[in-house]
Design a binder for this molecule. Structure first.
Ligand code: ZN
Ligand code: ZN
Length: 315
């Protein structure tokens, strides 16, 4: 499924098989998760995708010698810059990203630099493993950057939140789910997964929060989440793109409240998170689509009509 120009639907096309370069593996794709970042790429909200582009960066595939590997968003870094040399390869200015700078997994075959691939735990089948590779991983990094909150708010109850709530509960945190006002299905899903409360995102919850993670790409949630925070609390913005953040009174930030973003992932995040997942054990709820239905899956995600995570199945 190929993107030729931002704002257009993906087109189903026959393209030549990718040829692995030195250090790369050729993978037969089994499944590829659909991420909100794919929507931002396709809708033209990110500045410089490779075109034409095969999107998709939550890839579960098999090498020619039968090993099962995951290909995440971080596809390559230079390994030499000040960020790479200080354990922050997620910030590398020369980084290349899967399904953005590099062709991704909305395809039957993909090549990937083996040093950035992640082994998939045996406990997960292909479809259930796919959302771990970005929704899970970025959610995990966001949770780590939220500090050590007793009371955690999750804003936007999609693919990431449905995994993060399980990690947070496993760690003994109290979790509050904030959903689009009136979205009763999302609120019920949040409660099912272990939130002790779920309610509308435009009002503070029943208790002050020590941290909030915003997964929805809506800038107005930043002041809304700050309003819900206790002193010293942190708001983590987990998405790659967000609408403008409206201005807000300094009083909301006062008392050492913090607003920060999370960018990309490191390989170390991937190794830690995939080792943790079967120990929780995390379960992913997946809506599967045939690869030809990628546009439909993306459209459902755009309209907030996916329960858990959307995954393309590649036969
Ligand atoms: Zn670098
Ligand atoms: Zn993603």
């Amino acid at each position: 499924m190929v993107l030729h120009a931002a704002g257009e639907p993906l087109r189903l096309e026959e393209v030549p098989d990718p040829v692995p370069q030195p250090g790369q593996v050729l993978l037969q794709v089994a499944a590829c998760g659909v991420c909100r970042t794919d929507l931002h790429v396709i809708d033209g909200e990110l500045p410089r995708p490779k075109l034409p582009l095969v999107p998709g960066h939550q890839i579960v595939g098999r090498t020619e010698d039968g090993r099962r590997l995951g290909v995440p968003w971080l596809g390559w870094t230079d390994g030499t810059c000040r960020y790479c040399l200080s354990g922050r390869e997620n910030l590398c200015e020369a980084a290349r990203f899967t399904g953005y700078d590099l062709d991704g997994g909305y395809a039957e075959r993909v090549v990937a630099d083996e040093r950035y691939c992640l082994p998939i735990p045996d406990e997960y089948d292909d479809l259930q493993a796919a959302p771990l590779l970005c929704a899970g991983l970025i959610g995990y990094r966001s949770l780590r950057l939220a500090g050590d909150p007793e009371r955690l708010g999750l804003y936007g109850f999609g693919a990431s939140a449905h995994i993060v709530v399980q990690v947070a509960r496993h760690e003994g945190r109290r979790v509050f789910g904030f959903v689009r006002p009136g979205d009763d299905a999302a609120a019920a899903f949040a409660l099912e997964l272990g939130c002790e409360w779920a309610g509308p995102s435009d009002e503070p919850g029943p208790e002050e929060l020590d941290a909030a993670i915003i997964f929805a790409p809506a800038g107005e949630l930043v002041p809304a989440a700050l309003r819900a925070l206790a002193r010293g609390g942190v708001v983590v913005c987990a998405g790659i793109h967000m609408s403008d953040v409206p201005s807000f009174p300094y009083e909301l930030l006062w008392h050492e409240r913090v607003v920060r973003s999370v960018a990309n992932l490191t390989r170390r995040d991937g190794e830690e998170f995939l080792a943790l997942a079967p120990r929780v054990p995390l379960r992913t709820e997946v809506e599967a689509f045939a690869i030809e239905q990628a546009n439909e899956a993306l459209d459902r995600l755009r309209r907030g009509r996916i329960r858990g995570a959307a995954v393309l199945r590649v036969d």
